[in-house]
Write a protein that binds this ligand. Structure first.
Ligand code: TRP
Length: 332
């Protein structure tokens, strides 16, 4: 780990969902990249968490690879941050078992995130799903992270992790476990092309970072704009327009100012506005796509990076486990 990262250790995890989309980039990846400047960062592809809900594991390996490619091409630096695959460091499952003894079952079944999963997967409420937050706590605790950047939906899991740390430290009269803080990611809510739902792969309303310029343009042209604006001659309202909020991110301040004025007086139509967004988005993503293609030429190198990350992660993990076993009094 490079010196001078004085702010502490960051850990974050994401399930291997394959090719990442704009929502993943603006909501998480961009933030992961920025945090590398001041923190020791550990970024994990949580394939064991994915097992709680996936129907088939056939695509798991490929999805892990694709996500790693996106992270690397976007600017996560493996010579600096640790990037690795959760299941490559099995200590996390041992810690999961140990931590589960200080977790009251009712606390898990009361979590809003658990209730939501039950709604989504009523026919697959497995034991692992109940223990999902314990495994997440084990991730954070194993790597002794003090800072966890996640979306607000994960707030209950961070609070849960803090409680687990306190319960463990109290029960075994120790201070080996570190209580983490949540770093809520201040990001615009990225809507899907339907303009109604959050961008997500499962709703197929997303734009992949790795899409071709043609695919990107095609998806952008399908985006829903101000629903009140029906005819080309109707004035539009950029404040409620999904395309306008993306212009604010990917277009120049001059272009944003001009669209703001012209849309309101029907000087520019939605088609033209989207064409400009598609063009700017493609220009912005071009260097990323170039780097991604280069990594993709050498898949072995990508796996080597993940394996090197595993080795560095293991050093931290085995040290924590030694301390945990000692604190409990397990036989050496
Ligand atoms: N539960 C997180 C999510 O669904 C993923 C995750 C697993 C995670 N382990 C973590 C996030 C540890 C932060 C830290 O998004």
């Amino acid at each position: 780990m490079t010196m001078g990262k004085t702010k502490g250790r960051v850990f974050s995890g994401a399930r291997p969902t394959g090719r990442q989309h704009l929502g993943n980039y603006l909501g998480a990846i961009q933030n992961y990249i920025a945090l590398q400047e001041d923190y020791e960062c550990v970024y994990c592809i949580v394939d064991l968490h994915a097992l709680t809900t996936v129907e088939t594991t056939q695509e798991l390996r490929q999805n892990t690879y694709e996500m790693a490619l996106d992270w690397l091409a976007a600017g996560i630096r493996p010579e600096d941050a640790i990037i690795f695959v959760q299941s490559h460091v099995p200590e996390v499952t041992e810690l999961h078992t140990i931590l589960s003894m200080v977790v009251p079952l009712g606390k898990l079944t009361d979590l809003p995130t658990f209730k939501e999963k039950v709604r989504q997967h009523p026919n697959n409420i497995n034991y692992g799903l109940v223990g999902y937050p314990v495994l997440m706590a084990a991730d954070i605790i194993l790597y002794k992270a003090d800072t966890v950047p996640v979306g607000v939906d994960q707030a209950p899991h961070i609070e849960f992790t803090r409680e687990v740390v306190r319960s463990f430290n109290y029960r075994y009269q120790t201070n080996v476990l570190v209580e983490p803080n949540m770093k809520a990611t201040a990001v615009p809510k990225v809507m899907g092309i339907d303009g109604q739902n959050k961008m997500s792969k499962s709703l197929d309303n997303h734009i992949e970072l790795a899409a071709t310029p043609e695919e990107t343009t095609q998806r952008v042209m399908q985006m829903v704009t101000d629903p009140q604006r029906v005819r080309r001659t109707d004035p539009g309202n950029p404040d409620v327009c999904n395309v306008f909020s993306m212009h604010k991110i990917f277009s120049t301040p001059e272009q944003v100012a001009e669209i703001d004025v012209e849309c309101r007086r029907a000087g520019i139509g939605c088609v033209q506005c989207k064409q400009l967004y598609a063009k700017n988005l493609n220009t912005n993503l071009a260097p990323f796509r170039q780097r991604r293609a280069e990594f993709d030429q050498k898949p072995d190198q990508v796996w080597d990076i993940l394996h090197a990350g595993r080795d560095r992660a293991k050093v931290i993990a085995s040290q924590t486990m030694r301390e945990v076993r000692q604190a409990i009094g397990l036989a050496e």
